[in-house]
Design a protein around this ligand. Structure first.
Ligand code: ASP
Ligand code: MG
Length: 406
């Protein structure tokens, strides 16, 4: 007998019919003899609807009250799923995050899980019940309801699996696994059987919305056996594993892309200590996250400095840079919000030389100009003109033989 955690996202519980389907999946696991803990999201669109209500009352809603409101979405789903299980003659019990002691810090709307005291869950499992837990929420030391950030139900599931030492944590979603590239752009994209925690983390931070980043961090830290699979189609999904279990000859796991980028350049600034701080300090103070940064080699004691931000922050960043430019006596500033980021990710880069030149060569052969480059141990990202993004994805996918490798 195994103990498994099954997590179902918003689309998977988006209607009564779908909740009944989820109940069937849970029952199937139960009938294989497993103990089952289910973690659910709010029905699709519900969290956004609740956010809309709050903002209709208050442009800047109090964070504690907002969490009280947002956590209700998941509470609806746990009750409905438990009722669906009852209708199918299976005994279940639903719990909110607080009821099963998902203890978090007090950072409302982005709380971190500190500890889970899972005795109550264990007792219910031992009594033969399916345990249905509300994702995305916890409780702080003052007894206040907290939420874990958008997509946080993934983290609830992984944390629950860690606390219970579950045999597997299954994340059911609307895609049937993790792909070598976005199949809407590259029709030859292939579902990966396995990917490492680290590769998944890079993909999540590069904008793949399959899993919340924190859930992957959590899974890596506690070695939670994790699998992403479809709640609508049969199939093995993608397993997320430690590096030792990954397949050795695979160099690149996948291609990620992100259109939400914008680039700002300030030219002719004095080349002396403190300029990066002077340029980026005010941007950080405005709570704007900077992604890539490039500073040119100085000529005649001046230099150029380029950085990228989320496209939504472009206008505000330009405003700030204008001010900085005046203060510093820069020659000129410019911006471009039609850029995109293209990345290759793979732990195999550690042991293979020539990956970067292969990437750059393939892009050059298609006439795609690289504007900026950044690398980490297992990732190479380039900024390119947005209009070449699709071509770039397909070019790299075939350059690294991703349609067949594996
Ligand atoms: N309901 C929350 C959201 O929409 C949490 C989740 O679905 O994971 O972000
Ligand atoms: Mg999600």
């Amino acid at each position: 007998m195994a103990l498994i955690v099954q997590k179902f996202g918003g689309t998977s519980v988006g209607s009564i019919e779908r909740i009944r389907n989820v109940a069937d999946k849970v029952i199937a696991s139960k009938q294989q003899g497993h103990q089952v803990v289910v973690v659910v999201s709010a029905m699709s669109g519900e969290t956004d609807r609740l956010l809309g209500l709050a903002h209709a009352i208050s442009p800047n809603p109090d964070k504690r009250e907002l969490d009280v409101l947002l956590s209700t979405g998941e509470q609806v789903t746990i009750a409905l799923l438990s009722l669906a299980l009852y209708e199918k003659n299976h005994s279940a019990i639903s719990f909110t995050g607080g009821q099963v002691h998902i203890r978090t810090d007090s950072a409302h709307s982005k709380a971190r899980i500190l500890e889970i005291e899972a005795t109550r869950v264990r007792h219910a499992l031992e009594a033969g019940k399916v345990v249905v837990i509300a994702g995305f929420q916890g409780i702080d030391d003052g007894g206040n309801i907290t939420t874990l950030g958008r997509g946080g139900s993934d983290t609830t599931a992984v944390a629950m699996a860690a606390a219970l030492h579950a045999d597997e944590c299954l994340i059911y979603t609307d895609v049937d696994g993790v792909y070598t590239a976005d199949p809407r752009i590259e029709p030859n994209a292939r579902r990966l059987d396995r990917i490492t925690y680290e590769e998944m983390l890079e993909l999540a931070s590069l904008g793949s919305k399959v899993l919340q980043i924190r859930s992957v961090e959590f899974a890596r830290k506690y070695h939670v056996p994790l699998r992403v699979l479809s709640s609508f189609a049969e199939g093995p999904g993608t397993k997320i594993v430690d590096e030792e279990e990954s397949m050795e000859d695979v160099v690149i796991a996948g291609i990620a892309h992100n259109r939400d980028e914008a680039k700002l350049t300030i030219m002719g600034v004095p080349d002396k200590p403190g300029i990066a701080y002077k340029i980026l300090g005010p941007i950080a103070d405005a709570n704007i996250e900077v992604d890539m940064i490039v500073q040119n080699v100085g000529v005649d004691n001046t230099t150029d400095f380029t950085f990228t931000v989320h496209r939504n922050d472009f206008a505000k960043s330009m405003e700030i840079l204008k001010q900085t430019s005046k203060v510093m006596g820069a020659r000129e500033i410019s911006g471009d919000k039609k850029i995109a980021k293209l990345s290759i990710v793979g732990v195999g880069m550690r042991s293979h030389a020539g990956i970067a030149s292969k990437m750059f060569g393939a892009l050059a052969a298609e006439g795609i100009n690289i504007q900026m480059i950044s690398t980490s141990e297992i990732k190479i990202s380039v900024m390119i003109d947005e209009k070449y993004l699709e071509l770039g994805v397909r070019t790299l996918h075939s350059a690294f033989n991703l349609e067949t490798n594996g």
